[in-house]
Write a protein that binds this ligand. Sequence first.
Ligand SMILES: Cc1cc2nc3c(=O)[nH]c(=O)nc-3n(C[C@H](O)[C@H](O)[C@H](O)COP(=O)(O)O)c2cc1C
Length: 253
Amino acid sequence: MNILILYYSGVGNTKMVATKIFDLLHGSHEATLVSIEKLSTDIAIDNYDSLVIGFPTIHAAPAQPILTFIKQIKRLEKSIPAFLFTTCGLYSANTLRIFGKQCEKKNIITILSKSYRCAATDGVLIAPTMNIWFCHEKRLDKKVEHDVSAFIRHCNDPIIANIPRFKIYSILNYPNKFFGQRFSPPIYIHKKNCVSCGKCVVNCPVQCICRDDIGYPLFNNEKCIHCYRCIHHCPKKALSLSKKCPPSKTLYY
Ligand SMILES: Cc1cc2nc3c(=O)[nH]c(=O)nc-3n(C[C@H](O)[C@H](O)[C@H](O)COP(=O)(O)O)c2cc1C
């Protein structure tokens, strides 16, 4: 089978899971792993037998870049079965349902969808330091392996949509969704730590960071999608959500 694994990853968790899936499929199938940020225009989704699409849950919804991506692609001529997965810090609510419905409009039919709990890229920065924010769920590898084999088995069946039902408990998450989507904190730079290495600039998925005359980053807050990749990838912890102090811990440094 010719399988396309597409993903968007803010900080790196989704990329890590997508790479695991690629490693499991590669060899027994013709698998291609691509980030939507690097997707070349000549990639024709129609040419694949099945799709795996991964993205993080951001404020109880699919991350904005993957939504923009799915909305702008053309409707496929034939139905393609898809395995959707999301990585979340705590609870993915209706994220997979929202995305599954968008996919259906494009003839991409969700036959399996899974949520994987990973390190919380927001919790690490916002909440009090606790181990739970830093670790992935137990037996993540086994779970991914199990889901990938289930997907491969289902690919041989007639394509029947299996979009997750509306989760009633997600209503409890609405305040987080409402405030999170409307009020995102700006990112501050702590110049005493910054060495002008430019890693934040190259890592930004929406190119919203440029440099001033000295080389310090300048943020375009209008364009920023608050993925916090720049903060987690700063080797000197020079970026934070707090005006007063740099972060005590990030996911990579
Ligand atoms: C701005 C922001 C909002 C988030 N909102 C949620 C959320 O509503 N629910 C949740 O479980 N995790 C949430 N997370 C955590 C991420 O979904 C989780 O850490 C995910 O694995 C990040 O994937 P990535 O490293 O590929 O970006 C949020 C993270 C960020 C940065």
